[in-house]
Design a binder for this molecule. Structure first.
Ligand SMILES: [Cu+2]
Length: 290
């Protein structure tokens, strides 16, 4: 037990390790690290709830596995043909049978309660401050800001030969999704062609982008910085080239960014900035599926 406790403490320490700050990155950034064990640290309450549920299930699984393994060892040592040449003919034990039915059911109930609570917590935005439509394409992301003048930006990965010092391969993008810090951001995902998935680990967000549907989820970000994720639904040849970079900034910076981006979108859509959404996503954007 002591060894296990030490092992778990080491794992917990690793999870809580100082937050990543890649070279050349002035601001805080949350990225996956080589040899990382456990989940990325929480950047908001949703992720903290994900980690808490994970830890609860981790302990239930660990204790159950140890308990069953110990029973197996006892059976092998005490009841093998040599140690126990004349076996008992007992075939039923009502108390034992009730116990090994009821205890697993109770364990599942214990897991299901926080699990359902978390699913419903992630499902609907409490008091949304703004909405961002996330439209997944083969193979790039489009982020639309209907509340800030209905402009949209396209976000693509950076080719290896174009990477600047400090930029992360297959994580950094040309246009980041910019969001204000501390606000409840409603995310509506959709896709005009195949299924993708919007996944940002440290924000506790994962939602499929499904053709013909608009699905809601939400997140907030506690402190400014860049939070990385990826499409995590196999979506075709360039699936690995759909990174997500969420840049959380102050409210003033966000306002300035939206005004400037809208202006350049209105002025003729330079590369990566488009004033209107694709028709396919417009049609489904207002029907949130339950
Ligand atoms: Cu994808």
């Amino acid at each position: 037990m002591l060894l296990l406790r030490r092992l778990f403490a080491a794992l917990t320490l690793l999870m809580m390790a100082p937050l990543a700050m890649p070279d050349g990155f002035g601001a805080f950034a949350q990225v996956p690290k080589p040899w990382e064990v456990g989940m990325q640290p929480a950047a908001n309450l949703i992720k903290q709830k994900v980690i808490d549920l994970h830890d609860l299930v981790f302990w239930i699984i660990t204790l159950t596995t140890i308990f069953v393994a110990v029973l197996l060892v006892i059976v092998m040592v005490r009841f093998n043909a040599k140690a126990n040449p004349i076996p008992s003919k007992t075939s039923h034990h009502i108390g034992l049978e009730i116990a090994w039915t009821v205890i697993p059911v109770l364990l599942l109930v214990v897991i299901s309660i926080p699990s359902f609570r978390l699913i419903y917590f992630q499902d609907r935005t409490p008091n949304p401050d703004l909405t961002i439509k996330v439209i997944a394409h083969q193979w790039y992301w489009e982020y639309a800001y209907p509340d800030q003048g209905d402009f949209s930006i396209e976000s693509r990965y950076i080719h290896d030969e174009d990477l600047k010092p400090g930029q992360l391969r297959l994580l950094d993008v040309d246009n980041q999704m910019v969001v204000p810090v501390g606000k409840n951001i409603r995310i509506l995902t959709s896709s005009p062609e195949v299924i993708h998935s919007f996944f940002v680990p440290s924000l506790g967000v994962q939602r499929y982008a499904i053709p013909g549907r608009t699905i809601e989820t939400w997140f907030s970000v506690d402190k400014p910085g860049v939070y990385y994720g990826q499409c995590n639904q196999i979506c075709g040849a360039d699936h690995s080239k759909m990174p997500i970079a969420v840049h959380a900034v102050s409210e003033q910076e966000f306002k300035a960014w939206t005004e400037q981006t809208k202006k350049s979108a209105d002025a003729g859509a330079p590369a990566g900035v488009q004033p209107r959404l694709m028709a396919a996503t417009d049609a489904t954007a207002n029907q949130v599926q339950r």
